[in-house]
Design a protein around this ligand. Structure first.
Ligand code: FAD
Ligand code: FES
Ligand code: MG
Length: 268
């Protein structure tokens, strides 16, 4: 979790929006990260990220006080917030970070908030206290049962959809496969389900097409048309194939980064 000085972004940002950062301003890739919170007075934005590959490893290795190359944003459309009634927010792993500002805004708009936080294991459950503070009902569930209930988020989600009255809206953020199965869970109940898609992005402004997805049979760009979409309309299988398109290059970049750090004696 890092706080980044970016006063103009902090002032303009709304829940659901993201930034694209460059660790260096003259080389390396551009990485989208959701603005998980802001301190408007200090002019800082909060980013919460998981170390998964080369760029997030580089960011995690940065020392407090050092500079990012650039921060572009706020990008993407803000979440549509209103009083729907009962809203279920479902987070998977690092998805809890982008979900928190949306859940907070939904609660502030007068909704009854049910949060379901899922992860593979105890260590990967993040922001539980923050969700507990705003939720009317909180379910924590891990694949291995090391914390909370044992199982997958789709199980409590199905139970909640079976209640009368049904929830009015479900919001899901997490790995693509988890969002897909949450949408399959809510579909037979006809409960509207919003998902926030985490496709590969480059410019973040609708120019490169890297983030394209199929929604309702039409091509959409996640950066300018999203990142949130009606989950029942998203072609998740295509999205997952496109997410894996650069796996070999990503792995090579990560290996090279780890090897380089090892040589200069800073490996953790
Ligand atoms: P890599 O080894 O390069 O990639 C690991 C996996 O991440 C890839 O297989 C691919 O599925 C995905 N990925 C790779 N490059 C990109 C890219 N340029 N854009 C998007 N995904 C990519 N992650 C968080 O931890 N916290 C967040 O708050 C967060 N918010 C996001 C918001 C949006 C709108 C999007 C699109 C993605 C968000 N992500 C977030 C995902 C994050 O961008 C990727 O984890 C990151 O790019 C991985 O970079 P890497 O070099 O460390 O790993
Ligand atoms: Fe380039 Fe969306 S990231 S079009
Ligand atoms: Mg990368």
């Amino acid at each position: 979790m890092i706080d980044v000085e970016a006063a103009l972004v902090a002032r303009a940002r709304k829940p659901g929006q993201f930034v694209i950062i460059g660790v260096s301003d003259d080389y390396g890739e551009r990485v989208p990260l959701t603005i998980a919170g802001v301190d408007a007075e200090k002019g800082t934005i909060r980013l919460i990220f998981q170390r998964v590959g080369k760029t997030t490893a580089e960011m995690a290795d940065m020392k407090v006080g050092s500079d990012l190359g650039y921060v572009a944003g706020p990008l993407g459309n803000p979440t549509h917030i209103e009083k729907f009634g009962t809203v279920v927010c479902v987070g998977g792993g690092i998805g809890n970070a982008p979900l928190l500002p949306i859940a907070t805004a939904m609660k502030a708009a007068g909704n009854e908030l049910i949060s379901i936080l899922g992860a593979r294991t105890k260590e990967l459950v993040i922001l539980e206290d923050e969700f507990a503070a705003i939720s009317d009902e909180l379910v924590v569930i891990t694949d291995d049962g090391s914390h909370g209930r044992k199982g997958l988020v789709t199980e409590p989600l199905k139970e909640i959809c079976q209640r009368k009255p049904q929830p009015d809206l479900v919001v899901v953020i997490g790995p693509a496969i988890m969002m897909k199965f949450c949408c399959e869970t809510t579909r037979p109940f006809g409960v509207h389900t919003e998902v926030s898609l985490n496709t590969i992005m480059v410019d973040g402004t609708g120019m490169c097409g890297g983030c394209r997805v199929e929604v309702g049979g039409k091509t959409k760009f996640v950066c300018v048309d999203g990142p949130e979409f009606d989950g029942h309309e998203v072609n998740f299988d295509l999205m997952m194939r496109r997410l894996g398109a650069y796996k070999a290059q990503e792995q090579r970049a990560h290996e090279q980064y780890k090897e380089h750090r090892c040589k200069i004696g800073l490996d953790d």
